[in-house]
Design a protein around this ligand. Structure first.
Ligand code: GTP
Ligand code: IMP
Ligand code: MG
Length: 336
């Protein structure tokens, strides 16, 4: 802190939403800015007994003093944005940048057919065609959309002002390193770069302003849609191991494979990670379900974490032991 970037080191769906909800409360975030592609993401936050599935608003909404912004690099679907404002009761603290591009019906229709649907197996949320139109410089922006008028604000200015005043700011990445248009398995990737540098650019934060990059991994890897997944398991085997997951946005089955050290190491490099978080420790080691201190973890779980640290050469600071915001081991806090 004050400026932390959170991104995923695999193929998305590693539990950034849950990790960010925890950091929001722990660090009393003043401002959070959503980066990434747009509503193709699905972040799950399980807070005080309610499960929230967010596609547009930042997961830090759980801390009610935090300003919730969407950076100019992000594509906005106004209907989803307004729905989520109601869901999270956050109308007084939400802002969207005037330069955000707006997803229209024609983008969604184009995303649901042809090679995008059949070969790439996109989420069908219109993000690829909308980014294509942005590159052509014909896309509609938030500043031209009456539905968004009362929420429009200069996001880079708000974010940088908060950083300069020493307040805690978090930049929320979406998707995952290996879905990046530049660093993923082209063409089986999303429609822009989604590594930490891109997340900063999405919200207008320069590289010298960032203090920490938290790279989120899951204790195993999953992938939805097309493209290679090294050491992929059959659905039956994934079910047997408890790794069978269903995607938040599309309801598709997530393909699964064991933790991939080579991909993890490269993701640390590509994102300039300063620390790592590993979620779903409880799925790999059921005896760790709900555990909140390092001492309570089983020796199998500790050996796994030590091995990950040895390989990726950055400290693992947060461990997920369940879907809830508080089902987590904060290793630094434990050591204080
Ligand atoms: P994208 O931005 O779409 O990549 O999503 P994401 O990284 O926010 O992850 P998503 O919420 O799509 O998927 C993570 C799933 O794992 C959700 O169902 C979470 O509730 C759940 N989850 C997160 N952390 C943990 C954990 O430590 N243990 C368990 N059992 N579930 C977790
Ligand atoms: P698009 O981003 O909808 O164009 O989809 C391109 C690829 O990225 C497909 O394989 C999607 O399944 C995947 N993808 C996009 N966003 C996410 C995400 O948030 N989590 C996981 N996979 C995603
Ligand atoms: Mg997701």
């Amino acid at each position: 802190m004050p400026c932390t970037v959170v991104v995923c080191g695999f193929f998305g769906d590693t539990g950034k939403g849950k990790i960010i909800s925890y950091l929001a409360v722990r660090d009393k975030l003043a401002v959070t800015a959503r980066a990434g592609v747009g509503p193709n993401a699905g972040h799950t936050v399980v807070y005080e007994g309610t499960k929230y599935k967010l596609r547009m608003l930042p997961s830090a909404f759980v801390y009610d003093k935090c300003r919730l912004l969407i950076g100019p690099g992000v594509l906005v679907n106004p209907d989803i944005f307004l729905e989520e404002i109601q869901l999270t009761k956050s109308q007084d603290r939400v802002g969207v940048d005037p330069q955000c591009a707006v997803i229209e019906e024609k983008h969604i229709a184009a995303d649901k057919k042809g090679h995008l649907a059949k070969k790439i197996k996109t989420t069908g949320t219109g993000t690829g065609p909308c980014n294509a139109e942005r590159a052509l410089r014909t896309v509609k922006l938030a500043r031209d959309t009456p539905q968004l008028e009362k929420y429009v604000t200069d996001v880079p200015l708000e974010v940088n002002t908060a950083i300069n005043r020493g307040k805690n700011v978090l930049v929320e990445g979406t998707q995952g390193t290996y879905l990046s248009l530049f660093h993923g398995n082209y063409p089986y990737c999303t429609s822009k770069d989604v590594t930490a540098s891109a997340a900063c650019s999405d919200v207008g934060v320069g590289p010298t302003k960032v203090d920490d990059v938290v790279l989120v991994f899951k204790a195993y890897t999953t992938r939805v849609g097309g493209g290679p997944l090294p050491n992929e398991l059959s659905w039956e085997e994934a079910e047997k191991r408890g790794w069978a997951e269903i995607a938040t946005v599309t309801g598709r089955k997530r393909r699964a494979a064991p933790f991939n050290y080579e991909l993890a190491k490269r993701a640390v490099m590509l994102n300039g990670a300063t620390q790592a978080a590993i979620t779903k420790i409880d799925v790999l080691f059921p005896e760790c379900k709900g555990v909140k201190s390092y001492e309570e973890l089983s020796h199998h779980a500790r050996d796994f974490i030590k091995n990950v640290e040895k390989e990726i050469r950055v400290p693992v600071t947060l461990l997920g032991t369940g879907p809830g915001t508080w089902e987590l081991v904060d290793i630094r806090k434990n050591k204080i």
